[in-house]
Ligand binder design. Structure first.
Ligand SMILES: C[S@@+](CC[C@H](N)C(=O)[O-])C[C@H]1O[C@@H](n2cnc3c(N)ncnc32)[C@H](O)[C@@H]1O
Length: 244
């Protein structure tokens, strides 16, 4: 199928909540990005579940933290009327996302930022979505997506700590969605609202229910749905070497 026809089929299917194979959506991505999809980009079944939960929870704006080639951002914009922002530090992925936005005609509700996450005020959104964006810093070189950005264990801890600080500063009512976790602690002021098996892991929705900074913090543990209420936060825990 020609790219324009595929885009039309993808747009129609998602806008009408009809079944759509990931392979069809991924064929709109430049090679080899489509081939990396099953490991690095959120499956459509997870995006459908996430967007439904966000609507039910009353969100209007959502930020995809580490948005890759825009699969979550663009599919969410087609499935809902949310205002969706993506921040991505890799130039090629940002450009691929711009291409998706254009061909799928969602530019009115999508904003793409080409930057590292520290250049965005992440407390300004109703909801944040994270598909284990920082884990790649801990992978062996051959498992990393590419070498166009600096990755290191030090950066992993910086980004995880930045995310933890964002969660602490975010306003009461902020929604937080994790898929494959993010490696850090979630303040005890967040309440786990929903979780379900999705794709290759668990999708979990949290809501900040108070500004109480003294509460314990939560840890999303490998082994899927285990949640441990931990003691006061000392430092970000590492995650295993699993891929995102
Ligand atoms: C596992 S992929 C998920 C992509 C997208 N959110 C999705 O679900 O399809 C994580 C993405 O986060 C990006 N990323 C990681 N650390 C980042 C940072 N500090 N600033 C901006 N982007 C980052 C990576 O380049 C990668 O594209």
């Amino acid at each position: 199928m020609a790219r324009l026809e595929t885009a039309q089929a993808v747009s129609t299917a998602l806008r009408n909540h009809l079944p759509l194979e990931d392979d069809v959506f991924d064929s709109l991505l430049p090679e080899p990005l489509g081939d990396r999809s099953s490991l690095y980009w959120t499956p459509l079944s997870v995006i459908e579940m996430a967007s439904q939960w966000l609507i039910e929870a009353g969100a209007r704006t959502v930020l995809d933290v580490g948005s890759g080639p825009g699969k979550f951002v663009v599919a969410t914009a087609l499935l809902t009327d949310l205002l969706v922002t993506g921040v991505e530090h890799r130039a090629a992925l940002h450009a691929a996302a711009q291409g998706l936005v254009e061909i799928l005609g969602v530019g009115d509700r999508v904003r793409l930022v080409h930057a590292p996450i520290d250049e965005v005020d992440m407390t300004q959104f109703d909801a944040l979505y994270l598909f284990n964006p920082f884990g790649e810093n801990l992978f062996a070189e051959e498992e990393q997506l590419d070498k166009t950005v600096a990755l290191s264990e030090a950066r992993y801890h910086e980004d995880v700590a930045r995310m933890e600080s964002t969660l602490e500063r975010a306003p009461t009512g902020t929604l937080f969605l994790t898929y494959h976790g993010f490696g850090g602690r979630i303040p005890g002021s967040y309440f786990p609202m929903k979780s379900d098996f999705a794709g290759s892991d668990v999708l979990r929705l949290w809501r900040k229910s108070s500004d109480d900074a003294s509460a314990d913090s939560w840890c999303e543990v490998e082994g899927r749905i285990n949640l441990a209420q931990t003691g006061p936060r000392k430092r970000a825990p590492g995650v295993g070497r699993r891929k995102p």
